[in-house]
Design a protein. Structure first.
Length: 298
């Protein structure tokens, strides 16, 4: 559930200033020299190559380049998300800068690309101990637990709201409950078969007053399953969404009466998460695997 970054410009009519607005950046300036960056292709929330959610991870040594260049690189990688990590000398043991872009815009938060970035630092850059990423959404701690990486995200418990005809029409089925947290609607169904069979009308979803849509149900073999849709951001369905569980874990922990939960995201690439509700934090653990690495020269 990537969250778009706040724009500094005046909000559009009818929108509050608190709502995240995608920040558009100009075309990159012409360059007289070329610069190279290490780049990794990582599949997150899976231990199987070509499954989970892919992300590009680009290492930045020193100050951030121009936003326009970062945006152009993300468009070039054309992955669901590209994570830019300030991994230069002196970053070890300190907060590490982290930013996220897709091909269209910068985001304020992205869970699976954070997991991918931590995987690169731990497995390829020799970082030891816990990591704290410094982001525009605040500090984001990541630790390692055997072969899993654990994100500690702020819990965002959803609040129940009424079911609307427009939402039912857009999803194609009527959920048993609907909740909201921030700008994300959570539709709860009675069984996982309904989640598998959903074929949303994405044009209708994009017209609803929400930035993202999580659908979820109880499941055998896992505590719950889920899918995530964000057509307003050019992402009809996300493969494996880390930040979605900051909403779903508080809901399912309360409903099931347990703090430790397992989750399965049932996209065609699928993802698996081990989650824990710890006070006002949700710990989301998952695997990651590198499927490519090299040098990006621009």
């Amino acid at each position: 559930m990537p969250k778009t970054k706040q724009s500094a410009r005046k909000p559009a009519k009818g929108r509050s200033r608190r709502k995240p607005v995608a920040r558009r950046v100009p075309a990159p300036p012409a360059r007289t020299g070329r610069i190279s960056f290490p780049i990794f292709h990582v599949d997150a929330f899976t231990s199987r190559p070509l499954h989970g959610n892919p992300a590009a991870v680009v290492l930045i040594d020193g100050k951030w380049p121009d936003d326009a260049l970062l945006q152009a690189i993300a468009a070039e990688t054309n992955q669901p998300m590209t994570a830019f990590v300030q991994a230069g000398k002196g970053s070890k043991g300190k907060k590490i800068g982290l930013r996220w872009f897709n091909a269209r815009q910068e985001f304020e938060l992205c869970g699976h690309a954070t997991l991918a970035a931590a995987h690169v630092l731990f497995d390829h850059m020799g970082v030891r101990g816990d990591i704290t990423f410094a982001t525009d959404a605040g500090d984001l701690p990541v630790s390692r637990d055997d072969d899993r990486y654990v994100l500690a995200m702020r819990a965002r418990p959803p609040v129940r709201v009424r079911i609307t005809n427009d939402l039912c029409a857009a999803l194609g089925h009527e959920p048993s409950e609907v909740h909201i947290s921030g700008e994300t609607l959570v539709a709860v169904f009675d069984n996982k078969r309904a989640i598998h069979e959903l074929e949303p009308d994405f044009s209708r979803l994009a017209r609803l007053d929400a930035q993202g849509f999580a659908v979820t149900a109880p499941a055998a073999g896992h505590d719950y399953v889920g899918r995530y849709f964000a057509p307003r951001h050019g992402l009809n369905e996300d493969h494996a969404t880390g930040s979605m569980h900051a909403l779903l874990v508080p809901y399912w922990a309360k409903r099931l009466g347990k703090k430790h939960l397992t989750a399965h995201q049932v996209s065609h690439r699928a993802g698996e998460m081990w989650c824990e509700l710890d006070g006002d934090r949700v710990r989301i653990a998952g695997h990651a695997v590198t499927v490519g690495r090299g040098t990006l020269t621009v």
